[in-house]
Design a protein around this ligand. Structure first.
Ligand code: PBG
Length: 329
């Protein structure tokens, strides 16, 4: 039935009416806030390219976590900046590693009980070369070894679970890491720890600001031999299928905005809980426009998050988590 019988604007007349027919909803519990934990005390070091984001020493991170809990945010995703880095990224799985120490402190604080603590599992922040896996050098050439990396990543996942991570989230993109982690977690008594696999992670320029935040820029080369080519949707579906077969409990899609079609396709094909990561560059570019007065901060932020939800993400990892939770009340 066409105009004038059908008038689409009838349902847009008032905010009450629009609210009644709204199809996509955001709530604070579906937002995950990333934290970058560094050594020291009283440290709150701003990340130049990410206004409002800091490297935080544990005492400051604790305050931030309490603020997140008070806002009803669903969880935290923890990254660590170790005091020292080495070739083997030994800080990643050290019992007294930076994230392990933070996890123990968070778990002891009952005010954080409503937060799910997710630990990013990767070697790049802990390795002197900044790659996500073990580097094998041969003269001027280098490769990122898969299988030896997987062994270290599995060890890291078990160490993080032992320290109290509710969820381990591998972001390295090595083949076979999910199966190896499941096996190591089970063998060490962590059969109840879920794996949130960054199953579909593209080699993206949008991670640029994160590498400042996590001090994890590769010293040489790039990540294109392990992260996916941004042109490939079918390959992303294969990656997800494999991770599910290896035992992933949940999926994380990354980045979000330039890959909404990938999120939508994954939502249609797979029934696992699925999150999307609105990555550092997505946050930075919006902030750059806010600073210039070119975009209206609150509306643009909420629209960017709604788009990701509409594409099919159940939850969103976002540096806007606190700001959005305040808007959502
Ligand atoms: C670690 C990791 C990265 C991000 C999350 N985990 C960086 C990378 O792969 O280079 C990016 C997050 C962001 O940009 O906000 N491998």
């Amino acid at each position: 039935m066409n105009f004038p019988v059908t008038r689409m604007r009838r349902l847009r007349r008032t905010e009450a009416m629009r609210s009644l027919v709204r199809e996509t909803h955001l709530h604070p519990g579906a937002l995950i806030y990333p934290l970058f934990i560094c050594p020291g005390e009283g440290v709150r070091k701003p990340i130049g390219s990410m206004p409002g984001v800091f490297n935080l020493s544990l005492d400051e991170a604790m305050k931030e976590a309490e603020a997140c809990a008070a806002l009803g945010i669903g969880g935290l995703l923890l990254f660590g900046l170790p005091a020292e880095k080495d070739e083997q990224a030994s800080g990643a799985w050290a019992d007294d590693g930076i994230v392990q120490t933070a996890l123990r402190a968070f778990k002891a604080n009952r005010r954080l009980d409503t937060l799910v603590t997710m630990a990013d599992v990767c070697l790049c922040e802990y390795s002197s070369h900044g790659h996500c896996g073990v580097v094998a050098r041969d003269g001027d050439h280098y490769t990122i070894e898969n299988d030896s990396s997987v062994a270290l990543l599995a060890k890291t996942a078990a160490s993080l679970a032992k320290a109290g991570a509710d969820i381990v989230a591998p972001s390295d993109m090595m083949d076979g890491r999910v199966a190896a982690m499941r096996e190591t977690l089970d063998a060490s008594g962590h059969e109840q720890t879920p794996i949130l696999s960054y199953a579909s992670k593209f080699a993206s320029a949008f991670y640029g600001p994160f590498r400042e935040a996590a001090d994890s820029a590769p010293l040489f080369g790039d990540r294109r031999s392990y992260q996916m080519d941004g042109a490939n949707l079918r390959e992303a579906m294969r990656e997800i299928e494999l991770d599910i077969a290896e035992g992933a409990d949940m999926l994380l899609m990354k980045p979000a905005m330039p890959y909404l079609d990938v999120i939508q396709e994954a939502r249609q094909r797979f029934d696992l809980p699925m999150g999307a990561y609105q990555v550092s560059g997505e946050y930075s570019m919006l902030h750059a426009a806010f600073e210039r007065g070119w975009l209206e901060p609150e509306r643009t932020m909420m629209e960017s998050l709604t788009g990701i939800r509409r594409a099919g993400a159940d939850f969103i990892v976002t540096y806007f988590a606190k700001d959005a939770a305040k808007v959502l009340g």
